[in-house]
Design a protein around this ligand. Structure first.
Ligand SMILES: *Cc1c(COP(=O)(O)O)cnc(C)c1O
Length: 396
């Protein structure tokens, strides 16, 4: 044990999250702690809710940050909307769909699985068949942006299907929020959860959620109490609800909420639509470089997430050595493959503040060096040149 202050190394974070936190956000976090019922803090909470509604593109009153990471947002949706004995259609095309299944089982309900290959989008036909064959199902759960594979599924079409079969939707938008179009009201999504450490470039540990009126009605109509005291939205609303009558529920992570507030201010300054465009354009720049290196993407073009690039590892390359060289020589973190894709892909994140040109050029140069060190054949400097050419083609 050493009892001295801890100073982390300075890294560039281009993995599946956390992404680089903007200095403004780190600065906000260091402001003085005040009470969680202080009128000034309560006013800040209202701003957080308002800005969060805009980022989620919703008017939902029940829009708030859960005081715990994305996984707790996931759990909030399942424990509040599902009762024991029910059946839930769960789509799985990667790691996080598997966690949804776990949540359904632990609530005492039965998951009806609709499975797609890792790296493919959710197949709407299979979902419709499952909903047709299980008319008692009341909830459809799916991951909008699968961070384990770099796939985005059609949330709008899935929500339409859900409504056709009189189901609510539980949507994982941890990686999509502020990175790729997500329109809660227009698409009619019911219970949506996200995280702060992906495209919001904030510190980890907070999970923004939003619930539609239909979802709230479902909670009110519950026959049994929500199993989790901490995540029971009936109780959480006593603290985060409207009006002056706020009651103690738990001590909010005050400073983490300053950080979250600042991250939302930054999204507002840029404009959420502009943030989506920036993520898409930077993805195209990275893609030009990756392809010039002779590497391939795992996911078909039309389903690719701009903020999470799954790049296939070429044959004969020791992928761990590549990531180690990136980390040790360039202070650059990229992600390894997860689950079924372990050893098969790298996951290069271009999330939030980290989605910028400097990072792209750093990553391409570092990758080229690391691949060459293992005898991989590629044209020197071709990746950076292709990336610059794409930038010019975009008129930037
Ligand atoms: C990161 C992530 C989560 C989990 O978020 P934590 O903050 O790590 O709990 C859930 N779903 C998806 C799609 C994610 O990318």
């Amino acid at each position: 044990m050493t009892a001295t202050s801890y100073f982390p190394p300075l890294r560039t974070l281009m993995g599946p999250g956390p992404s680089d936190v903007h200095p403004r956000i780190l600065g906000a976090m260091a402001r003085p702690t005040i009470g969680h019922l202080d009128p000034s803090f309560v006013a800040m909470m209202d701003d957080v809710k308002g800005m969060l509604q805009t980022v989620f593109q919703t008017k939902n009153q029940l829009t708030l940050p859960v005081s715990a990471p994305g996984s707790a947002g996931m759990e909030t949706c399942f424990v509040n909307l599902i009762e024991p004995g029910e059946k839930v259609v769960v789509c799985q095309n990667g790691a996080f769909g598997g966690r949804m299944k776990e949540n359904v089982e632990r609530v005492g309900a039965t998951p009806v699985m609709v499975e797609d290959e890792w790296g493919k989008a959710i197949d709407l036909n299979k979902v419709e068949t499952a909903l047709k064959e299980n008319p008692e199902v009341k909830v459809l759960a799916f991951v909008h942006a699968e961070t384990s594979t770099g796939v985005q599924s059609d949330a709008k079409a899935l929500a339409e299907l859900a409504r056709k079969y009189d189901c609510l939707t539980i949507v994982d938008a941890v990686t999509s929020l502020a990175g790729t179009p997500l329109k809660v009201d227009e698409w009619g999504l019911d219970a949506v959860y996200s995280g702060t450490q992906k495209c919001l470039s904030c510190t980890p540990g907070i999970s923004p959620i939003t619930f539609s009126e239909r979802a709230i009605e479902r909670i009110k109509a519950r026959k049994q109490k929500v199993q989790s005291w901490f995540l029971d939205l009936n109780l959480v609303m006593g603290y985060w609800g409207e009006g002056a009558k706020r009651a103690y529920h738990h001590t909010a992570p005050i400073n983490a909420l300053y950080a979250f507030h600042e991250s939302l201010v930054m999204v507002h300054e840029e404009g959420v639509e502009n943030a989506w465009t920036r993520h898409q354009q930077n993805h195209e720049v990275l893609k030009a470089g990756i392809e010039a290196l002779g590497l391939k993407f795992l996911v078909a073009k039309e389903h690719r997430l701009p903020q999470l690039n799954a790049v296939c590892i070429p044959e004969g390359i020791d992928e761990t050595q590549v990531r180690q060289l990136l980390l040790n020589q360039y202070n650059l973190e990229i992600g390894a493959g997860l689950g079924a894709l372990a050893g098969k892909v790298w996951r290069i994140g271009l999330m939030g503040h980290a989605s910028n040109l400097n990072n792209i050029l750093l990553c391409l140069t570092a990758l080229e060096t690391a691949l060459k060190a293992q005898g991989f054949k590629c044209v020197e400097g071709a990746a950076a040149t292709a990336a610059q050419a794409e930038l010019v083609a975009q008129g930037r």
